[in-house]
Write a protein that binds this ligand. Structure first.
Ligand code: NAP
Length: 358
Protein backbone atom coordinates (compact mmCIF):
# COMPACT_ATOMS: atom_id res chain seq x y z
CA UNK A 1 0.00 0.00 0.00
CA UNK A 2 1.15 3.53 -0.69
CA UNK A 3 -0.05 6.45 1.40
CA UNK A 4 -0.70 9.65 -0.53
CA UNK A 5 0.52 12.43 1.70
CA UNK A 6 -0.71 16.02 1.67
CA UNK A 7 1.73 18.15 3.62
CA UNK A 8 -0.04 21.13 5.14
CA UNK A 9 2.90 23.19 6.39
CA UNK A 10 6.40 22.66 5.05
CA UNK A 11 8.69 24.10 7.71
CA UNK A 12 11.31 22.52 9.98
CA UNK A 13 9.24 19.53 11.08
CA UNK A 14 7.69 18.67 7.71
CA UNK A 15 11.03 18.95 5.93
CA UNK A 16 12.68 16.60 8.43
CA UNK A 17 9.69 14.24 8.13
CA UNK A 18 10.20 14.06 4.37
CA UNK A 19 13.89 13.21 4.71
CA UNK A 20 13.20 10.69 7.48
CA UNK A 21 10.58 8.98 5.34
CA UNK A 22 13.17 8.68 2.60
CA UNK A 23 15.86 7.38 4.97
CA UNK A 24 13.53 4.79 6.51
CA UNK A 25 11.71 3.78 3.30
CA UNK A 26 13.21 0.29 2.99
CA UNK A 27 12.71 -0.52 6.68
CA UNK A 28 9.11 0.67 6.70
CA UNK A 29 8.21 -1.14 3.54
CA UNK A 30 9.83 -4.37 4.78
CA UNK A 31 8.40 -4.28 8.29
CA UNK A 32 5.04 -2.58 7.81
CA UNK A 33 4.24 -3.10 4.15
CA UNK A 34 3.62 0.49 3.12
CA UNK A 35 5.26 3.33 1.33
CA UNK A 36 4.49 7.03 1.41
CA UNK A 37 4.61 9.53 -1.41
CA UNK A 38 4.09 13.24 -1.11
CA UNK A 39 1.41 14.33 -3.58
CA UNK A 40 0.78 17.88 -2.37
CA UNK A 41 2.44 20.58 -0.30
CA UNK A 42 0.74 23.66 1.06
CA UNK A 43 2.42 26.54 2.87
CA UNK A 44 1.27 29.97 3.92
CA UNK A 45 3.78 32.21 2.09
CA UNK A 46 5.95 29.76 0.18
CA UNK A 47 3.54 28.39 -2.38
CA UNK A 48 1.59 25.22 -3.07
CA UNK A 49 2.07 22.29 -5.38
CA UNK A 50 0.24 19.10 -6.38
CA UNK A 51 1.12 16.09 -8.51
CA UNK A 52 -1.05 13.00 -8.52
CA UNK A 53 1.80 10.57 -9.34
CA UNK A 54 3.85 12.11 -6.53
CA UNK A 55 6.27 14.99 -6.10
CA UNK A 56 10.06 14.95 -6.10
CA UNK A 57 10.49 15.60 -2.39
CA UNK A 58 14.24 16.26 -2.58
CA UNK A 59 13.68 18.90 -5.27
CA UNK A 60 11.11 20.57 -3.00
CA UNK A 61 13.54 20.53 -0.08
CA UNK A 62 16.21 22.04 -2.27
CA UNK A 63 13.83 24.80 -3.37
CA UNK A 64 13.01 25.66 0.25
CA UNK A 65 16.72 25.58 1.19
CA UNK A 66 17.28 28.22 -1.49
CA UNK A 67 14.35 30.22 -0.13
CA UNK A 68 12.27 29.57 -3.26
CA UNK A 69 8.57 28.72 -3.15
CA UNK A 70 7.45 25.11 -3.64
CA UNK A 71 5.11 26.02 -6.49
CA UNK A 72 2.30 28.30 -7.52
CA UNK A 73 -0.79 26.11 -7.76
CA UNK A 74 -4.19 26.98 -6.33
CA UNK A 75 -2.86 30.10 -4.62
CA UNK A 76 -6.36 31.56 -4.68
CA UNK A 77 -7.73 28.81 -2.43
CA UNK A 78 -7.74 28.83 1.37
CA UNK A 79 -5.80 25.97 2.94
CA UNK A 80 -9.07 24.22 3.82
CA UNK A 81 -10.25 24.50 0.21
CA UNK A 82 -6.84 23.32 -1.02
CA UNK A 83 -7.19 20.17 1.12
CA UNK A 84 -10.71 19.60 -0.24
CA UNK A 85 -9.60 20.24 -3.80
CA UNK A 86 -6.70 17.76 -3.62
CA UNK A 87 -8.90 15.12 -1.96
CA UNK A 88 -11.35 15.47 -4.88
CA UNK A 89 -8.58 15.11 -7.45
CA UNK A 90 -7.16 11.89 -5.97
CA UNK A 91 -9.14 8.84 -7.02
CA UNK A 92 -10.76 7.11 -4.06
CA UNK A 93 -9.33 3.78 -3.04
CA UNK A 94 -11.11 0.91 -1.26
CA UNK A 95 -9.01 1.62 1.82
CA UNK A 96 -8.11 5.20 2.59
CA UNK A 97 -4.65 6.00 1.37
CA UNK A 98 -4.94 9.72 1.83
CA UNK A 99 -3.17 11.24 4.84
CA UNK A 100 -2.95 14.91 5.70
CA UNK A 101 0.27 15.69 7.59
CA UNK A 102 -0.56 18.90 9.47
CA UNK A 103 2.47 20.86 10.70
CA UNK A 104 1.35 24.46 10.60
CA UNK A 105 2.30 26.90 13.34
CA UNK A 106 0.61 26.83 16.74
CA UNK A 107 -2.09 29.43 17.27
CA UNK A 108 -2.47 29.85 21.01
CA UNK A 109 -5.63 31.96 20.83
CA UNK A 110 -7.93 29.24 19.44
CA UNK A 111 -5.83 26.51 17.85
CA UNK A 112 -6.93 27.71 14.44
CA UNK A 113 -6.80 27.31 11.49
CA UNK A 114 -5.26 23.91 12.26
CA UNK A 115 -8.51 22.62 13.77
CA UNK A 116 -10.29 23.49 10.51
CA UNK A 117 -7.53 21.76 8.52
CA UNK A 118 -7.98 18.57 10.55
CA UNK A 119 -11.76 18.69 10.32
CA UNK A 120 -11.73 19.28 6.56
CA UNK A 121 -9.28 16.42 6.03
CA UNK A 122 -11.40 13.99 8.02
CA UNK A 123 -14.55 15.08 6.19
CA UNK A 124 -12.76 14.37 2.89
CA UNK A 125 -11.95 10.84 4.02
CA UNK A 126 -8.29 11.46 4.86
CA UNK A 127 -6.48 10.34 7.99
CA UNK A 128 -4.67 13.08 9.87
CA UNK A 129 -1.30 13.03 11.61
CA UNK A 130 -0.12 16.24 13.20
CA UNK A 131 2.68 17.67 15.32
CA UNK A 132 0.65 20.82 15.95
CA UNK A 133 -0.63 21.01 19.53
CA UNK A 134 -3.57 23.25 18.65
CA UNK A 135 -6.05 20.60 17.51
CA UNK A 136 -5.58 18.27 20.50
CA UNK A 137 -5.23 21.13 23.00
CA UNK A 138 -8.36 23.00 21.92
CA UNK A 139 -10.61 20.44 20.27
CA UNK A 140 -9.52 16.89 21.10
CA UNK A 141 -12.97 15.52 21.95
CA UNK A 142 -14.70 17.08 18.94
CA UNK A 143 -12.01 15.96 16.48
CA UNK A 144 -11.82 12.44 17.92
CA UNK A 145 -15.59 12.22 17.44
CA UNK A 146 -15.30 13.54 13.86
CA UNK A 147 -12.61 10.93 13.14
CA UNK A 148 -14.82 8.16 14.51
CA UNK A 149 -17.74 9.30 12.35
CA UNK A 150 -15.47 9.43 9.29
CA UNK A 151 -13.88 6.07 10.09
CA UNK A 152 -10.45 7.71 9.87
CA UNK A 153 -7.65 8.31 12.33
CA UNK A 154 -6.64 11.55 14.00
CA UNK A 155 -3.19 11.04 15.56
CA UNK A 156 -0.90 13.61 17.16
CA UNK A 157 1.96 11.80 18.89
CA UNK A 158 4.43 14.53 17.85
CA UNK A 159 2.37 17.30 19.44
CA UNK A 160 3.65 16.51 22.92
CA UNK A 161 7.29 15.80 23.70
CA UNK A 162 8.47 15.02 20.20
CA UNK A 163 9.20 11.32 19.77
CA UNK A 164 8.24 10.07 23.22
CA UNK A 165 5.32 7.69 22.77
CA UNK A 166 3.01 9.28 25.31
CA UNK A 167 -0.35 8.77 23.68
CA UNK A 168 0.68 5.42 22.18
CA UNK A 169 1.90 4.31 25.58
CA UNK A 170 -1.46 4.99 27.17
CA UNK A 171 -3.53 3.71 24.25
CA UNK A 172 -1.57 0.60 23.34
CA UNK A 173 0.19 -0.59 26.45
CA UNK A 174 -1.87 0.32 29.52
CA UNK A 175 -5.16 -1.53 29.19
CA UNK A 176 -7.37 -1.23 32.26
CA UNK A 177 -5.00 1.29 33.85
CA UNK A 178 -6.30 4.72 34.74
CA UNK A 179 -3.96 7.70 34.69
CA UNK A 180 -5.09 10.02 37.48
CA UNK A 181 -2.37 12.68 37.35
CA UNK A 182 0.89 13.59 35.68
CA UNK A 183 3.84 15.93 36.12
CA UNK A 184 6.59 16.51 33.62
CA UNK A 185 9.03 18.71 31.79
CA UNK A 186 7.40 19.08 28.42
CA UNK A 187 9.00 22.12 26.78
CA UNK A 188 12.47 21.56 25.34
CA UNK A 189 13.30 25.22 24.72
CA UNK A 190 12.76 26.38 28.30
CA UNK A 191 14.46 23.33 29.80
CA UNK A 192 17.51 23.98 27.64
CA UNK A 193 17.44 27.65 28.63
CA UNK A 194 17.11 26.94 32.37
CA UNK A 195 20.07 24.56 32.21
CA UNK A 196 22.12 27.04 30.17
CA UNK A 197 21.30 29.94 32.51
CA UNK A 198 22.33 27.82 35.51
CA UNK A 199 25.72 27.53 33.83
CA UNK A 200 25.95 31.28 33.27
CA UNK A 201 24.68 31.65 29.70
CA UNK A 202 22.51 34.77 29.22
CA UNK A 203 18.78 34.33 28.50
CA UNK A 204 18.99 35.76 24.96
CA UNK A 205 21.96 33.58 23.95
CA UNK A 206 20.26 30.44 25.23
CA UNK A 207 17.09 31.30 23.33
CA UNK A 208 19.14 31.99 20.19
CA UNK A 209 20.57 28.44 20.42
CA UNK A 210 17.06 26.97 20.38
CA UNK A 211 16.00 29.20 17.48
CA UNK A 212 19.08 28.17 15.50
CA UNK A 213 18.27 24.49 16.13
CA UNK A 214 14.72 24.98 14.76
CA UNK A 215 13.31 23.84 18.11
CA UNK A 216 11.88 27.10 19.46
CA UNK A 217 8.40 27.93 18.20
CA UNK A 218 8.20 30.32 15.23
CA UNK A 219 6.99 32.83 17.85
CA UNK A 220 9.42 31.98 20.66
CA UNK A 221 7.36 33.88 23.24
CA UNK A 222 5.05 30.85 23.14
CA UNK A 223 7.90 28.84 24.68
CA UNK A 224 9.27 31.33 27.20
CA UNK A 225 5.85 32.50 28.40
CA UNK A 226 4.78 28.91 29.08
CA UNK A 227 2.09 28.77 26.40
CA UNK A 228 3.60 25.82 24.56
CA UNK A 229 3.77 23.86 27.81
CA UNK A 230 0.20 24.93 28.64
CA UNK A 231 -1.01 23.68 25.25
CA UNK A 232 0.71 20.34 25.81
CA UNK A 233 -0.74 20.14 29.31
CA UNK A 234 -4.24 20.79 27.97
CA UNK A 235 -3.78 18.11 25.29
CA UNK A 236 -2.44 15.58 27.80
CA UNK A 237 -5.20 16.37 30.30
CA UNK A 238 -7.89 16.11 27.63
CA UNK A 239 -6.66 12.82 26.17
CA UNK A 240 -5.38 11.05 29.28
CA UNK A 241 -7.54 12.47 32.05
CA UNK A 242 -10.72 13.13 30.05
CA UNK A 243 -10.56 16.86 30.86
CA UNK A 244 -12.36 19.47 28.79
CA UNK A 245 -9.96 22.34 29.16
CA UNK A 246 -8.06 24.54 26.74
CA UNK A 247 -4.58 26.03 27.30
CA UNK A 248 -6.30 29.13 28.67
CA UNK A 249 -7.60 27.16 31.66
CA UNK A 250 -4.09 25.97 32.56
CA UNK A 251 -2.58 28.10 35.34
CA UNK A 252 0.56 29.34 33.64
CA UNK A 253 3.97 30.81 34.43
CA UNK A 254 6.93 31.28 32.07
CA UNK A 255 10.60 32.18 32.33
CA UNK A 256 12.44 35.46 31.76
CA UNK A 257 15.93 36.92 32.01
CA UNK A 258 15.37 37.42 35.74
CA UNK A 259 14.88 33.66 36.18
CA UNK A 260 18.66 33.21 35.70
CA UNK A 261 19.43 34.27 39.28
CA UNK A 262 16.85 31.81 40.63
CA UNK A 263 18.37 28.91 38.66
CA UNK A 264 21.83 29.69 40.07
CA UNK A 265 20.53 30.07 43.66
CA UNK A 266 18.57 26.80 43.44
CA UNK A 267 21.64 24.97 42.17
CA UNK A 268 23.78 26.40 44.96
CA UNK A 269 21.24 25.04 47.44
CA UNK A 270 21.44 21.57 45.89
CA UNK A 271 18.12 21.94 44.11
CA UNK A 272 17.07 22.55 40.48
CA UNK A 273 14.67 25.13 39.10
CA UNK A 274 12.39 23.55 36.48
CA UNK A 275 9.31 24.55 34.52
CA UNK A 276 6.94 21.77 35.53
CA UNK A 277 3.67 20.93 33.78
CA UNK A 278 1.14 19.03 35.83
CA UNK A 279 -2.50 18.02 35.98
CA UNK A 280 -4.56 15.95 38.36
CA UNK A 281 -8.13 14.86 38.80
CA UNK A 282 -9.76 16.45 41.80
CA UNK A 283 -13.22 16.78 43.26
CA UNK A 284 -13.91 19.79 41.04
CA UNK A 285 -12.59 18.20 37.86
CA UNK A 286 -9.10 18.36 36.39
CA UNK A 287 -6.75 21.09 37.57
CA UNK A 288 -3.75 21.86 35.37
CA UNK A 289 -0.70 24.06 35.86
CA UNK A 290 2.61 25.10 34.30
CA UNK A 291 4.97 26.75 36.75
CA UNK A 292 8.53 27.13 38.00
CA UNK A 293 9.34 24.75 40.84
CA UNK A 294 12.49 24.18 42.86
CA UNK A 295 12.91 20.42 42.80
CA UNK A 296 14.93 18.28 45.18
CA UNK A 297 18.02 16.83 43.55
CA UNK A 298 16.65 13.27 43.74
CA UNK A 299 13.43 14.18 41.89
CA UNK A 300 13.52 12.41 38.51
CA UNK A 301 12.54 15.64 36.77
CA UNK A 302 15.42 17.53 38.42
CA UNK A 303 17.91 15.37 36.55
CA UNK A 304 16.58 16.29 33.11
CA UNK A 305 19.14 18.60 31.54
CA UNK A 306 19.19 20.70 28.40
CA UNK A 307 17.03 19.24 25.65
CA UNK A 308 15.88 16.30 27.76
CA UNK A 309 12.28 16.01 28.79
CA UNK A 310 10.13 13.52 30.59
CA UNK A 311 6.85 12.85 32.29
CA UNK A 312 5.72 10.90 35.35
CA UNK A 313 2.23 9.40 35.33
CA UNK A 314 0.40 8.57 38.49
CA UNK A 315 -1.80 5.56 37.83
CA UNK A 316 -4.40 3.69 39.83
CA UNK A 317 -2.91 0.20 39.37
CA UNK A 318 0.77 0.67 38.61
CA UNK A 319 1.72 3.54 40.87
CA UNK A 320 4.13 5.96 39.23
CA UNK A 321 5.32 5.32 35.72
CA UNK A 322 7.87 7.57 34.01
CA UNK A 323 9.13 8.04 30.49
CA UNK A 324 12.16 10.15 29.62
CA UNK A 325 13.63 11.42 26.38
CA UNK A 326 17.37 12.07 26.62
CA UNK A 327 17.64 13.82 23.29
CA UNK A 328 14.87 15.74 21.60
CA UNK A 329 14.80 17.56 18.31
CA UNK A 330 13.43 17.60 14.83
CA UNK A 331 14.26 13.95 14.12
CA UNK A 332 12.26 12.88 17.17
CA UNK A 333 9.24 14.97 16.14
CA UNK A 334 9.46 13.72 12.56
CA UNK A 335 9.68 10.18 13.92
CA UNK A 336 6.46 10.75 15.84
CA UNK A 337 4.69 11.59 12.57
CA UNK A 338 6.16 8.47 11.02
CA UNK A 339 5.04 6.36 13.98
CA UNK A 340 1.52 7.73 13.52
CA UNK A 341 1.62 6.64 9.87
CA UNK A 342 2.70 3.17 10.99
CA UNK A 343 -0.24 3.11 13.44
CA UNK A 344 -2.61 3.88 10.57
CA UNK A 345 -1.09 1.11 8.45
CA UNK A 346 -1.32 -1.36 11.33
CA UNK A 347 -4.91 -0.41 12.05
CA UNK A 348 -5.76 -0.90 8.37
CA UNK A 349 -4.22 -4.35 8.43
CA UNK A 350 -5.98 -5.31 11.67
CA UNK A 351 -9.24 -4.19 10.13
CA UNK A 352 -8.69 -6.34 7.06
CA UNK A 353 -7.78 -9.46 9.01
CA UNK A 354 -10.61 -9.11 11.56
CA UNK A 355 -13.18 -11.92 11.20
CA UNK A 356 -16.43 -10.71 9.64
CA UNK A 357 -19.69 -11.55 11.35
CA UNK A 358 -22.76 -12.39 9.31
N1 NAP B 1 10.10 22.46 15.71
C1 NAP B 1 9.95 21.52 16.63
O1 NAP B 1 10.94 21.01 17.19
C2 NAP B 1 8.58 21.02 17.00
C3 NAP B 1 8.45 19.96 17.90
C4 NAP B 1 7.17 19.47 18.19
C5 NAP B 1 6.06 20.07 17.62
N2 NAP B 1 6.22 21.15 16.76
C6 NAP B 1 5.04 21.73 16.17
O2 NAP B 1 5.03 21.40 14.79
C7 NAP B 1 4.45 22.47 14.02
C8 NAP B 1 5.45 22.89 12.94
O3 NAP B 1 6.64 23.33 13.55
P1 NAP B 1 7.83 23.88 12.62
O4 NAP B 1 8.98 24.07 13.52
O5 NAP B 1 7.95 23.03 11.41
O6 NAP B 1 7.21 25.30 12.19
P2 NAP B 1 7.68 26.22 10.97
O7 NAP B 1 9.08 25.88 10.58
O8 NAP B 1 7.35 27.60 11.36
O9 NAP B 1 6.74 25.74 9.76
C9 NAP B 1 5.36 25.98 9.78
C10 NAP B 1 4.83 25.75 8.38
O10 NAP B 1 3.41 25.92 8.39
C11 NAP B 1 3.05 26.77 7.28
N3 NAP B 1 1.78 27.42 7.59
C12 NAP B 1 1.47 28.25 8.61
N4 NAP B 1 0.18 28.60 8.56
C13 NAP B 1 -0.35 27.97 7.49
C14 NAP B 1 -1.64 27.93 6.90
N5 NAP B 1 -2.68 28.60 7.40
N6 NAP B 1 -1.82 27.17 5.78
C15 NAP B 1 -0.79 26.48 5.24
N7 NAP B 1 0.44 26.47 5.76
C16 NAP B 1 0.67 27.21 6.86
C17 NAP B 1 4.22 27.70 7.12
O11 NAP B 1 4.19 28.30 5.84
P3 NAP B 1 5.40 29.25 5.35
O12 NAP B 1 6.51 28.28 4.96
O13 NAP B 1 4.87 29.95 4.18
O14 NAP B 1 5.76 30.10 6.51
C18 NAP B 1 5.37 26.71 7.32
O15 NAP B 1 5.61 26.01 6.12
C19 NAP B 1 4.12 23.59 15.02
O16 NAP B 1 2.76 23.52 15.34
C20 NAP B 1 4.99 23.25 16.22
O17 NAP B 1 4.39 23.68 17.42
C21 NAP B 1 7.44 21.62 16.43
Amino acid sequence: MTFDLILVGFGHVAQRFVTLLEEQRARISGAYGFDGRVIAVCTQRHGRVFSEPGLDASALLERRRRGASVGAECLDLSTVDFIRDIARRVPSAPESRLVVVETTTLDIARGQPAIDHVRAALECGAHVVTANKGPAAFAYHALAAAAAVAGRQFLFEGAVMDGIPIFNLARETLPAVEIVAFRGIVNTTTNYMLTAMEEGQPFDAALADMKAAGIAEADASLDVDGWDAAAKTAALASVLLGARITPHEVVREGISASTAARTVAARAAGRRLKLVASAARGERGVGARVGLQELAADDLLAGLEGQQNGIIFQTDLLGELAIVQRGSGLTQTAYALLSDLISIARQGRAHKSAPTTA
